[in-house]
Every structure is written in structure tokens, then in C-alpha cells.
Design a protein around this ligand. Structure first.
Ligand SMILES: Cc1cc2nc3c(=O)[nH]c(=O)nc-3n(C[C@H](O)[C@H](O)[C@H](O)COP(=O)(O)OP(=O)(O)OC[C@H]3O[C@@H](n4cnc5c(N)ncnc54)[C@H](O)[C@@H]3O)c2cc1C
Length: 442
């Protein structure tokens, strides 16, 4: 007997997503966080198009859209001149297959608030002020010492406890890679009432290092980023470049831009997800998004196995997510090194796929391969495929002439052509019909 089925350590975006995934499948879990209260700070503010699709499935898309804005245009200040450039987030029109084509700006504290609210709707909660202190593997399951003095047993433990992960250290896994700068970079949320709140202001040649001020979706609030903490003080550094006064410094932090990852995401019944497993520089806006999608990949598999499915399904988590983490880290590093402003298709995470996974079978259909993200399409009855896919089930899409596509609960194509799929047979499946033409256009 176990005290609970799963222990999730860390209630950042990764742990919260995993909590929602388990809660909506009625899996018993405890979600603990060492912090006494929710974390402040805008930090990871760029939500990528693929994550917006995940958020639609989790039932939080309207709240996330309401909490954010499109990415602002860049305004580069060079002495007396200022140059208005495009936006890092893109300005594409939504299409049938890509309903959320652009990067969406939401301060991380708001994203976490929305996810916590959804978790509460599903009956879950975060136990703040509770830290993992020690974990040991049992013959089946894990035993965990918490700072509350409790000794808790569970079938699985998931470390979503960020870059300094205690779970990772307990497992003895190293974060391999490199730090991209010898000095720590600076980030802060500041109120500046006098500064234009439309554009993302950048002073590339400010004394002591560039200064960026990105407007956040709250009046007068900006995220300040600089490669160094201004020696002369935040207020003075901002006043020097903009001529405006800072009315409040709401939050500030330092971080070391790094690209690092572990070489295993699983040790027995313990898994790592999010920053606990891979550390990104902020460039390209990938860290939070990759963590959310780790959790989205793992959640349905854990639930399936806990309901009696084959344990081997859990091996596909590392097999699928480790290459994704490596690819995304390579991209973030390249953007960091080249200071490239190009984004869009490379960073939107819509093309990430699991084509080589043991869960992917069958032949390509046009541009679609087993393992690809299933695009949204119009169904025979005029409704959207994404509406039919929303929820915890798998989906079988059939065209009039018989082509069958089986879509996993996380929206990736398991099989094309109706071949049996290893690993998650028996997962509840909704059946929908559409035309070959709509599929070919996708
Ligand atoms: C300046 C900046 C800008 C960024 N911009 C972007 C962006 O635009 N897009 C993007 O995708 N990402 C961005 N990121 C990265 C993003 O913030 C992180 O990738 C994201 O927070 C990772 O989420 P996580 O849930 O994995 O970990 P975290 O958010 O670090 O959460 C880990 C949680 O675990 C808890 N914890 C730690 N130890 C224990 C313990 N022993 N017991 C219990 N709980 C514990 C912590 O209190 C914390 O709440 C940015 C980061 C920075 C610093």
C-alpha cells in the first residue's frame, strides 16, 4: 500500500501542468513546493504556439489569452535616434491547422496563477512550504522524507523542482553543458509611468551593458533585462537611458545563462521534467515551454500505467523528450550566441515530433508522419478536430475512403493506416470523421 500514487516535487509551470494532467485522470498525487507562497516575477513570459495548443487542451486557453498580449515591436535606441523594428513574436493570421500562430506574452506569475486555478477546479492543490528532503527507492515505489516531518510512500516521484533540483542531486545525475557567460545576468519587473508602454525598448550600448524594457500586460509594468546588474543602481541606469523615473521595483533576480541537460530523465520510478532536467538561456523563449510539454508527454503515460498499462510505456518519455530537449537547447544556444532576432517556425515548437518513437507506426500521409503533431482540421460535421481531441482520451480520425489516423492523448500521431499501436492499447478513444481533402490540405 502507498500513501499516494505520485509525488510531484515543485509547483512551477512543469509541476502544475503535470498536476492538471493527473487530476483530470483521477490519479491521486501530492504536489509540494518548498516556497511558502507562489513565486513572483515575470521570468518566462513567452508562450509558444504549441504550448498554447496544450493550454487549449488543458482548459486554460481563454484565461491565458486574457492574461497576455501579442509580443510588442522592438524599438532600438541609438543615441538620439530610435529605430522601430518588428516583433519577436510574429504577426501571422490564424489558419485552420494552426489556430495560435504567434508567441503570446504572459508574465510567468500569471501563467502559474492560471494553472493553479485550473488545478483547484479539478480538486488539486499545491502544498506550499513543504520541501522534499530525501528520497529513497523501495522495491516497488519510492519513500520520501518531507520537511513537514512526514515519511510518504508513492508509486512514482517526479522532480519538477527547477534548475537546482534536489531530486536530480539525490539521483546523482549531472547537468552537463556549459554556462554561456561568466557573470550573472539581471532581470527585474519595474514600474515606469512616463515611458511609452507600446514597444519593447532596447538600449544596446547603455553604460555597463545593454538594457531592455519589455512592456508587460499591466499598466506601466516592464520586464527589465540586462547582461549585468547595473552598478549605479536600477533607477539611475534606467533614468540615464530613457530619461524616465522608476516608480517601483516590484521584483528582481539574477541568473546565469546556461545550456545544460541531464543524460537520463528516468531512474527506476523517479523522473525529471522541466528545468530540473534541462536549463535554457532566456533567448528564444524555450524553457517554460519545454517543461510544460515534458509534463504533457509524461502525464497521460503515467496515468495509463497506473491504471494497469504496460510499464514500458514510461520508457518512451525519455526516448521522446531527451532528443527534444537537446534540439531545443541547441537552438537557444545558437540564438544566444548570434543574438539573432529571427524567431517564428524555428522556435514555435509546432514542428517538434516523435517520429522515431516506438509509439509511432505506419506510413506518411502527404506531409504528415507518424509521430508528428496532429494539426487542427475541419471535421465532416463542421466542428474542429481540436475540439474533438480536447480531454484525456485518444482520438481516431477516419476519412471516407478508410484512411485511419490514431492520435495520442497528447495530440501526436500514433499511427497512420490503422496499424496496431504498441504501448497504449485500451486508452479510451473518440472516433471522428473528416474528408481526405481536408487532411491533404493540412
Ligand atoms: C529572465 C528569464 C526569462 C525567461 N524567458 C522565458 C521565455 O520567454 N519562455 C520560456 O519558455 N522560458 C523562459 N524562461 C525560463 C523559465 O522561466 C523556466 O524554464 C521555467 O520556470 C521552468 O519551469 P519549471 O516548472 O521546470 O521550474 P521552476 O519554475 O524553477 O519551478 C521549480 C519549483 O520547484 C520548487 N522547488 C525547488 N526545490 C524544491 C524542493 N526541494 N522541494 C519542493 N519544491 C522545490 C521551487 O520553489 C519552484 O517553485 C526565462 C527565464 C528567465 C530567468
Amino acid at each position: 500500500m502507498y500513501d499516494t500514487q505520485v509525488i510531484i516535487v515543485g509547483a512551477g509551470p512543469t509541476g502544475l501542468t503535470l498536476g492538471i494532467e493527473l487530476a483530470r485522470r483521477s490519479i491521486a498525487f501530492r504536489l509540494i513546493d518548498i516556497a511558502k507562497a507562489p513565486a513572483p516575477g515575470s521570468r518566462g513570459k513567452g508562450i509558444q504556439p504549441r504550448t498554447l495548443e496544450v493550454f487549449e487542451d488543458l482548459g486554460v486557453i481563454s484565461s491565458i489569452l486574457a492574461a497576455g498580449t501579442p509580443y510588442p515591436r522592438l524599438r532600438v535606441h541609438l543615441g538620439p535616434l530610435s529605430l522601430r523594428l518588428g516583433s519577436l513574436g510574429g504577426r501571422k493570421q490564424a489558419t485552420e491547422r494552426v489556430p495560435y500562430p504567434n508567441l503570446w506574452l504572459v508574465p510567468q506569475y500569471r501563467t502559474e496563477e492560471v494553472l493553479r486555478h485550473r488545478l483547484a477546479q479539478l480538486g488539486g492543490q499545491v502544498e506550499f512550504g513543504t520541501a522534499l528532503e530525501q528520497v529513497s527507492a523501495r522495491e516497488r515505489g519510492v519513500e520520501v522524507h518531507l520537511s513537514s516531518g512526514e515519511l510518504v510512500t508513492a508509486e512514482y516521484l517526479i522532480g519538477c523542482d527547477g534548475g537546482r533540483s534536489s531530486v536530480r542531486k539525490e539521483l546523482g545525475l549531472a547537468l552537463r553543458g556549459e554556462t554561456l557567460d561568466t557573470e550573472a545576468a539581471f532581470v527585474a519587473d519595474v514600474n515606469i509611468e512616463e515611458l511609452d508602454h507600446t514597444d519593447w525598448h532596447v538600449w544596446p550600448f547603455a553604460k555597463g551593458g545593454s538594457i531592455g524594457l519589455c512592456p508587460l500586460p499591466e499598466p506601466s509594468l516592464f520586464q527589465m533585462m540586462s547582461p549585468r546588474k547595473p552598478a549605479e543602481g536600477i533607477d539611475l541606469a534606467i533614468h540615464r537611458v530613457s530619461g524616465c523615473d522608476v516608480t517601483q521595483i516590484v521584483w528582481s533576480s539574477m541568473y546565469r545563462p546556461a545550456v545544460r541537460m541531464v543524460d537520463h530523465l528516468r531512474v527506476g520510478r523517479i523522473f525529471l521534467a522541466g528545468d530540473a532536467a534541462h536549463l535554457h538561456p532566456p533567448t528564444g523563449g524555450q524553457g517554460l515551454n519545454t517543461g510544460v510539454q515534458d509534463a504533457y508527454n509524461l502525464g497521460w503515460k503515467l496515468a495509463h500505467v497506473l491504471r494497469g498499462g504496460p510499464e514500458s510505456l514510461l520508457d518512451t518519455y525519455e526516448a521522446e523528450r531527451l532528443p527534444v530537449a537537446a534540439a531545443v537547447l541547441g537552438l537557444s544556444k545558437q540564438i544566444y550566441r548570434t543574438r539573432s532576432l529571427k524567431r517564428g517556425d524555428a522556435t514555435n515548437q509546432l514542428r517538434l515530433h516523435y517520429r522515431t518513437s516506438m509509439l509511432s507506426s505506419g506510413k506518411p500521409f502527404g506531409r504528415l508522419h507518424p509521430g508528428d503533431r496532429m494539426p487542427d482540421i475541419r471535421l465532416a460535421d463542421g466542428t474542429r478536430l481540436f475540439d474533438a481531441m480536447r480531454g484525456t482520451h485518444a482520438t481516431e480520425f477516419t476519412t471516407g475512403d478508410g484512411t485511419r489516423i490514431l492520435i495520442r492523448p497528447d495530440g501526436y500521431i500514433a499511427s497512420i493506416g490503422g496499424q496496431p499501436v504498441a504501448g497504449f492499447a485500451g486508452e479510451p478513444t473518440h472516433r471522428v470523421n473528416g474528408s481526405r481533402t481536408s487532411l491533404e490540405c493540412s
